[in-house]
Design a protein around this ligand. Structure first.
Ligand code: KIV
Ligand code: NA
Length: 275
């Protein structure tokens, strides 16, 4: 299993870090088989697999449940789990107990927290207590209500300046990685070269130390709007649709099951049974 030391070395050597989300065992296993460097159990699960229209309704129980499944599928991969909406803000005590549950009950390797400011104070306290923390800056979807939608962050000089300061603060806090979401490529490059921690970009251009995408976006299994930064490598939705469509019609038409799918009674029993 790769560790935080490996990720720092990869950054130093210019080896790109790959991260993909996963929410269940079979997808996590495929990611591990490919050699993906680290898996994120993102709270995007709320939108991607639970059918919510934001990440806000996702609970700590949801995150534990799905992290356990991912861990069963990918025993040998560094797993980062999102701390969900409002589980790391009220108090340090609450933050600690939620992080503890994700690590001890969920088997996460690290927890991810969105935002700068006071969140990074909490992150620093967790790191001091021995919990690997991933920071998340730029577009922070749990704050969609405050941000007023999903938009590129850090376009103006003052916003860019603020993001740069928060990234440096994250480094001081001792986080092991920084996810940078939806910022201009130029800014992502400056941030990535200005701090020693690996920066994993999503919608942050080509110059970050690694890239993360949502599993279902990569394979084309997402409903509705897909952001500009996504590259869809296959169209799994249409494969699933065609398969279910064929099953449905073959049953209706008496084509499935076929001879090869059927169990037979042994000959000698067959005649004696049923009178
Ligand atoms: O929840 C998630 O999938 C994320 C990534 C988009 C970084 O936080
Ligand atoms: Na997330």
């Amino acid at each position: 299993m790769k560790t935080t030391t490996d990720f720092f070395n990869m950054k130093k050597n210019g080896d790109k870090i790959t991260m993909v989300t996963a929410y269940d065992a079979p997808s996590a296993k495929l990611a591990e088989d490919v050699g993906i460097d680290t898996i994120l159990v993102g709270d995007s699960l709320g939108m991607v697999v639970l059918g919510y229209d934001s990440t806000v309704p996702v609970t700590i129980e949801d995150m534990i449940h799905h992290t356990k499944a991912v861990k069963r599928g990918a025993q040998n991969t560094f797993i980062v789990t999102d701390m969900p909406f409002l589980t790391y803000h009220a108090s340090l005590e609450e933050t600690f107990s939620h992080a503890k549950r994700l690590i001890q009950d969920g088997n996460a390797s690290a927890v991810k927290m969105e935002g700068g400011g006071a969140v990074l104070d909490k992150a620093e306290a967790l790191v001091s207590a021995g919990v690997p923390v991933v920071a998340h800056l730029g577009l922070t979807p749990q704050s969609v209500g405050v941000l007023g939608g999903y938009r590129v962050q850090g376009k103006s000089n003052s916003e860019a300046d603020k993001l740069m300061k928060e990234a440096k603060r994250a480094e001081v806090a001792g986080v092991c990685m920084l996810v940078l979401e939806c910022v201009p490529e130029e800014l992502a490059k400056v941030i990535s070269t200005s701090i020693s921690i690996p920066v994993i970009g999503i919608g942050a251009g080509r110059e970050t130390d690694g890239q993360v995408l949502v599993f279902h976006d990569v394979i084309g299994y997402t409903q509705g709007h897909v952001p500009k930064f996504v590259k869809k490598y296959s169209d799994v939705s249409s494969i699933v649709y065609d398969s279910l469509h064929a099953f449905h019609h073959e049953v209706k038409d008496g084509v499935f099951p076929e001879e090869s799918h059927v169990f037979k009674q042994p000959e000698q029993l067959n005649n004696k049974m049923y009178g």
